[in-house]
Design a protein around this ligand. Structure first.
Ligand code: 13P
Ligand code: SF4
Length: 337
């Protein structure tokens, strides 16, 4: 890749943070790393999957696939490459390993947590199952393999309403995202689907920050504004939104908007940057929020992981946990496919 090529892709990115602004000089430095990674990738038969929240130089420089957690799970399941480098967070790397256990799965980031995945353990779910014996257990994909191993079905932000509606049990424990659970209740009610939902207390520290009053203010100040949010946002934010969906669904929605419509994106800066790069004539207003976990992926640690992976970067799972979690994810494809 030539620096000019990268610069022409990234020059429209203006997220207001230094992390997300690109000069020609910056692109010259980045393309040295990008070209080295792309060479090594071929040599080592590796594929790079990147969530849309990672830095734009990863998305546009080295990723073979970029998308939401549902799409990337499918890419991980179907890839013929021997090694999967997952530039995202640990639970996504675990999901790739569960779906394609014969592959080596490596997660390059330096801080791969997720406030949702950390909000509940497999042991806690085990206890809840004793308390809610008649309930089916549905978990968001943003959970550890241990949690998935204790649940009946997994969902992502792109299929949560569809899957919960289809579960053949009216009593469901949905975990761990409380805000997504509340948004889910609203959507089920709108669709006339009756389910008794028990929720947990987890939240995404990035999306819970969006303030409903501030959203109201943006609406007042901008005629014709389209508010586009993620279902991890507060219900009072979701209710004011023109569209609520997964990161890939948000991208698709924005791609179909008239060019003159101002857009307020309520999600992580990586997606805002991706949209600014892909739709340079759209008018994005407001600022985005950073996820410290997604942003701990860098070209430097991807290169290091390709060259000489640290032991801690390889996903290893207990076979019992892997097989139980696999059933939970396979049920997602069964109900949502
Ligand atoms: P998506 O599946 O919509 O990409 O969401 C993943 C995530 O972590 C959002 O915070
Ligand atoms: Fe987790 Fe929120 Fe980061 Fe997504 S944005 S990975 S839910 S902490």
């Amino acid at each position: 890749m030539q620096p000019q090529e990268l610069y022409s892709k990234l020059r429209s990115v203006r997220n207001g943070t230094v992390l997300c602004q690109y000069s020609m000089e910056n692109c010259e430095k980045l393309t040295v790393l990008i070209n080295e990674i792309n060479e090594l990738k071929k040599e080592k038969d590796a594929v790079i999957l990147a969530h849309s929240y990672v830095a734009p130089e990863i998305t546009f420089g080295v990723a073979d696939y970029s998308g939401d957690s549902y799409q990337l799970s499918k890419n991980a399941m179907e890839t013929p490459a021997q090694t999967i480098i997952f530039a995202a967070v640990e639970f996504m790397g675990e999901t790739a390993k569960i779906l394609n256990p014969g592959k080596r799965v490596l997660v390059p980031g330096a801080n791969l947590g997720c406030s949702l995945a950390e909000s509940i353990t497999g042991q806690q779910v085990k206890k809840l199952r004793e308390q809610y014996k008649e309930h089916s257990f549905a978990c968001y994909i943003n959970t550890t393999a241990e949690v998935k191993a204790q649940c009946d079905v997994c969902v992502t932000s792109s299929n949560v309403v569809k899957i919960i509606s289809k579960i053949p049990n009216d009593k469901i424990v949905f975990l761990p995202d409380k805000l997504m659970g509340e948004n889910l209740k609203t959507e089920l009610e709108k669709a006339g689907v009756k389910k008794e939902l028990v929720l947990h207390t987890g939240t995404c520290y990035v999306h819970e920050q969006y303030d409903p009053d501030l959203v109201k203010y943006f609406r007042m100040q901008n005629e014709g504004l389209r508010i586009v949010s993620h279902p991890e946002c507060h219900p009072d934010v979701a209710k004011q939104s023109d569209f609520v969906g997964s990161t890939s669904q948000m991208l698709d929605y924005v791609s179909k908007l008239p060019e003159e419509a101002p857009i307020l994106l309520l999600t992580e800066c990586g997606l805002s940057a991706r949209l600014q790069a892909e739709f340079p004539n759209r008018q994005f207003i407001g600022s985005c929020s950073l996820c410290k976990y997604m942003k701990s992926n860098s070209l430097e640690n991807i290169l290091q992981t390709l060259k000489e992976p640290l032991k801690a970067k390889e996903i290893k799972l207990d076979p019992l946990v892997l097989n139980a979690a696999k059933l939970c994810i396979e049920n997602m494809f069964k109900y949502g496919g």
